[in-house]
Design a binder for this molecule. Structure first.
Ligand SMILES: *Cc1c(COP(=O)(O)O)cnc(C)c1O
Length: 353
């Protein structure tokens, strides 16, 4: 008997981030701050003394969710932990919708939303942003309701545009649509317009957070879904029981307890992002081919050069990885030294255009 691959996944290809060795990696929006030796030692001690590797993890990751709730000032009852927020996005799109429902995504947003929905046979509708890549809330509300969408998923601040929608506008959107709003606040630690404190006020708001960006634990894979008790209960029921491993739970717990360290880390990453943006604007004044630079509310800068591919390739040849996204480039903030190397490489790239 022959297995027929279903149409919905036939043309999918594996996610292929840049591989190979680069002097400078500014392509994946990670934090440039690794855990300190002291932080690692404290965690290793817990691993040595507490972990029974032969036992399953805590299925509800209770201590991890408590540490998350404590850091962000919300009730842990509203929190579900996941193996990265990617797992939660998959789970939410796959279980809270079915093929008779439609979910809205924006053109120029996190590309995985559409991929995951497609894997579950949930149809997506692409909504347009304004010419300047901002979101028109009134038009979006009207479209979501006119098209009868059951869900709307978007990132705020947005990856890749790095633009943010203000809190009042987000809440107006949530109030205006007859749909579940899945609001991905992966980068909100770098901005101050979170609606996390309002999540319990709505029956149609689900917020995603991650430890992969400002918290600096991309390698450990922890994400969170925060929503009202009714939807939280549902999420906990549909997730696989042991989705966050014991070791990751301990890493997350320990780091989320370090509130001062985390706030300081987010501030210094923001400071580097501002420096990166300033540097790029300076270069653009000298080399107009660097094109338009979007104001950043995140830990990366989005730009639209004259020839994105040529610049990308030149940087690549010089050992510097950034993200090419069609006509745009996305460059993540790095250390002072990495910015210097980037600047030198960009000058070489731009001089030869
Ligand atoms: C990086 C990122 C995530 C995080 O994914 P994890 O699986 O938690 O690492 C989620 N959403 C957006 C928009 C991102 O850019």
């Amino acid at each position: 008997m022959e297995y027929q691959i279903p149409e919905k996944i036939r043309d999918l290809v594996p996610y292929d981030p840049i591989s190979g060795s680069y002097r400078v990696r500014l392509d994946a929006n990670e934090s440039y701050l690794n855990l300190s030796q002291a932080q690692q030692k404290a965690i290793f001690h817990r691993l040595e003394t507490e972990v029974s590797y032969n036992r399953y993890p805590d299925p509800m990751a209770a201590k991890l969710c408590a540490a998350f709730g404590d850091y962000y000032g919300i009730s842990p009852d509203l929190v579900t932990a996941g193996n990265g927020s990617d797992e939660l996005i998959t789970l939410i799109l796959g279980t809270m919708f079915d093929p008779s429902m439609k979910v809205g995504t924006f053109a120029q947003d996190f590309s995985m939303y559409r991929v995951y929905a497609q894997c579950y046979g949930v149809p997506t509708v692409t909504l347009q942003k304004n010419e300047d890549l901002t979101i028109d809330v009134d038009r979006t509300i009207a479209e979501v309701n006119r098209l009868g969408l059951s869900g709307l998923v978007f990132s705020n601040p947005c990856n890749p545009t790095s633009l943010g929608l203000r809190r009042e506008e987000v809440l107006r959107l949530v109030q205006g649509v007859k749909a579940l709003v899945i609001l991905d606040e992966a980068y909100m630690d770098f901005w101050d317009q979170s609606v996390l404190d309002q999540v319990d006020q709505y029956d149609n708001l689900l917020i995603l957070k991650t430890c992969s960006k400002a918290i600096g634990l991309a390698g450990i894979r922890i994400g969170f879904a925060v929503t009202n008790p009714r939807l939280s209960k549902l999420l906990k029921a549909v997730k696989s029981p042991y989705n966050v491993n014991t070791v990751s739970q301990i890493y997350g717990e320990e780091l989320l307890k370090e509130k001062d360290y985390l706030r300081q880390a987010a501030r210094s990453i923001r400071c580097q992002t501002e420096k990166l943006e300033t540097m790029l604007r300076g270069l653009a004044a000298q080399y107009p081919a660097l094109g338009q630079i979007y104001p950043s509310a995140t830990n990366f800068v989005y730009l639209k050069p004259k020839d994105s591919k040529a610049i990308y390739q030149s940087l690549q040849q010089q050992g510097i990885a950034v993200r090419l996204m069609g006509d745009y480039l996305r460059i993540c903030a790095g250390t002072e030294e990495e910015h210097q190397l980037l600047q030198q490489a960009l000058i070489i790239a731009l001089s030869s255009l």
